[in-house]
Write a new protein. Structure first.
Length: 325
């Protein structure tokens, strides 16, 4: 038995969904230093980033169990996955709900475990293995249990929806029509052309919500008064978009979007931002704040919703907007 081990995992997708790879590194203490007991990278075909993160975790857990690890410390750079495993975030995507349940069952094999989010530079080996696997479309490394994920190269017709009651279901295109029209007395061909309650359209629906927090910061290196400690009431505005409606006719519930934003901003409320990661390493400018909020909010959204932009207001007349090209 190995008493203690540390597991680093990482997964990535080029396209989200697109060609994806996963990687893990299992480290044990030989009494002098941490040494690699097993590591691997594998190509898993078409997947989303979040699916790849979970598949990397599952593969790493299988190898840790095979080596009879008792106490496992897990490190991953997916904040979403870490907070879902810890019970801090809900699992909304039907695509990762079964993987989440598999991970919980796999963790029962260990006497104890802890899981913590780390930044990519602290997870570089697992990231490298995942990228090599994507480049070579093959498996690499020295592992006890091979990757069991079947490579998927389909057209991505499987879609997932988050319902208002927060339950997770996975719908195929055919299932969507059957579910929507099962009580209408129409067959699918007739329902397909019906204008009533369309689930998708050629247009895009955009939702925008706004919240605020109070915090202080100091801009290191700034050639002016803002280099000194000062505070703002920061207003944060986010816009998301989607084309698919649920059975009620909602693209994404305003209530859920407000909750998503509030769950992020609570970390920044009534604090000195320069002491809160990642602003303990980068300047707490409006630019960096908008980008970090964008990246964190994006992790919380269901797969059929895209994040358009995040705007940060330092004052009623000063607004900074971040969006991806």
């Amino acid at each position: 038995m190995i008493e203690k081990a540390t597991l680093h995992t990482d997964g990535g997708s080029r396209g989200n969904p697109g060609p994806s790879g996963i990687g893990f590194v299992l480290l044990v203490d030989d009494g002098r230093e941490m040494v690699t007991a097993a590591e691997g990278g594998a190509f898993i075909g078409k997947a989303t980033n979040n699916e790849a993160e979970y598949q990397a975790l599952l593969w790493g857990l299988a190898n840790a169990e095979a080596l009879d690890v008792a106490h496992l410390s897990i490190r991953a750079d997916s904040e979403l996955m870490v907070k879902q495993i810890k019970g801090e975030y809900r699992v909304r995507s039907g695509g990762i709900a079964p993987l989440f349940q598999q991970a919980l069952r796999a963790l029962d094999a260990f006497d104890s475990f802890d899981i913590r989010h780390v930044y990519r530079e602290d997870n570089s080996r697992a990231d490298t293995l995942a990228n090599i696997a994507m480049d070579t479309r093959d498996s690499i490394g020295n592992f006890s249990v091979p990757c069991s994920v079947e490579s998927r190269e389909g057209d991505g017709s499987q879609r997932s929806f988050s319902k208002q009651d927060d339950s997770q279901r996975s719908f195929s295109k055919q299932d969507e029509r059957a579910d929507l029209y099962q009580s209408s007395g129409k067959d699918w061909d007739e329902a397909e052309s019906s204008p009533r309650y369309p689930r998708s359209s050629q247009g895009t629906y955009t939702l925008t919500v706004k919240d605020h927090f109070d915090a202080a910061h100091a801009l290191v290196g700034y050639p002016g008064e803002c280099r000194e400690l000062h505070g703002h009431t920061w207003d944060v505005e986010i816009s998301v978009c989607g084309r698919e409606l649920d059975e009620v006719g909602i693209v994404y519930d305003f209530k859920d979007l407000k909750a998503d934003l509030a769950s992020i901003l609570t970390d920044y409320d009534h604090v000195f931002l320069n002491e809160v990661p990642p602003f303990d390493r980068i300047n707490a400018t409006a630019e960096n704040l908008a980008r970090i909020i964008f990246e964190r909010i994006e992790l919380l959204l269901p797969e059929h919703i895209d994040l358009e932009e995040v705007s940060v207001w330092e004052s009623p007349i000063a607004k900074l907007t971040y969006r991806r090209p």
